[in-house]
Ligand binder design. Sequence first.
Ligand SMILES: N[C@@H](CCC(=O)N[C@@H](CS)C(=O)NCC(=O)O)C(=O)O
Length: 340
Amino acid sequence: MKKITWALVAAGVTCVLAAGFAQASTKEEVQKRGVFKCGVSTGLPGFSIADEKGAWAGIDVDVCKAIAAATLGDATKIKYVPLNAKERFTALQSGEIDALVRGTTWTLTRDSSLGLNFTGVNYYDGQGFMVSKKLGVKSALELNGAAICIQSGTTSELNLADYFKENNMEYKAVVFDTHDATAAAFDNGRCDVLTSDQSQLYGLRTHLKNPEGAIVLPEVISKEPLGPVVRQGDDAWFNIVKWSLNAMIEAEELGITQANVDEMKANSKSPSVQRLLGLEGIAGKGLGLNDDWAYQIIKQVGNYGEIFERNVGADSPLKISRGLNALWSKGGIMYAPPAR
Ligand SMILES: N[C@@H](CCC(=O)N[C@@H](CS)C(=O)NCC(=O)O)C(=O)O
């Protein structure tokens, strides 16, 4: 018995060590492979969803593309790995994916005890409730005793418990593993309420059999800063993923768009623009990338404002306003450290 236990421990240690070495060079691995493996959702409108032809789109997908553009010079060199909430962290820990960009909330526990690091925030969200109009409620505080559809392995599950406890209310959780199953259950009347990140509720409502039959309640019960995640212990890769997003935010602030990036590169006299586009300063040296890494992101994917509007904002069916996700200089909290 003891012998077996020791053998298992030894095997465990070997695995940990092997994983540790593999982690030390995700950038090299991605470049050698020529493909970046990005963990996304199983299908979440506006964030990561595949069309009939298998082409992925969304604000998370565009972050995947930015990372591929920076690292490989080609935003199309990506293998998308769809993951539900429960699978996502194991997939990253085990090396099945190189980064996770999947509507994932940055929390203390996830950032510290899972061996993972959050690299920033690409969408500031908060948890909300969608209810069937039949219930006749106007506030979440009227939901005592409700049956609530929810996805397992999410912060939504934890916040829901806190909110009901704090307000001395009870509920019956109806739990599912995927977004589709959760949404279908609400649509089929298996629960009176669906709770998730608020960004999802409006999109989801448009897909119901009868969108008019549901409303989104005004309460936002949590902070859900959603961002890309990498494994701990690989600082070079952590920096690349972090700055791939920062470059898009900085580009928006500098007024560099997908359409004008070539013109800006040729003619702009702004030192900040020249630095971000790799003509001046540290360029790609600090990240170990080509000097045009940020240029490639903007040229192939766009700036942050562009990816927001295209996927979840005015130019999308979701029509979400910028709100917290506006630049810090425009009343929001989107802020990138200086690219210098
Ligand atoms: N942001 C929360 C919730 C994330 C989450 O999984 N939300 C559901 C919304 S219903 C989802 O994205 N499902 C898509 C899927 O499982 O593929 C978290 O990080 O725990």
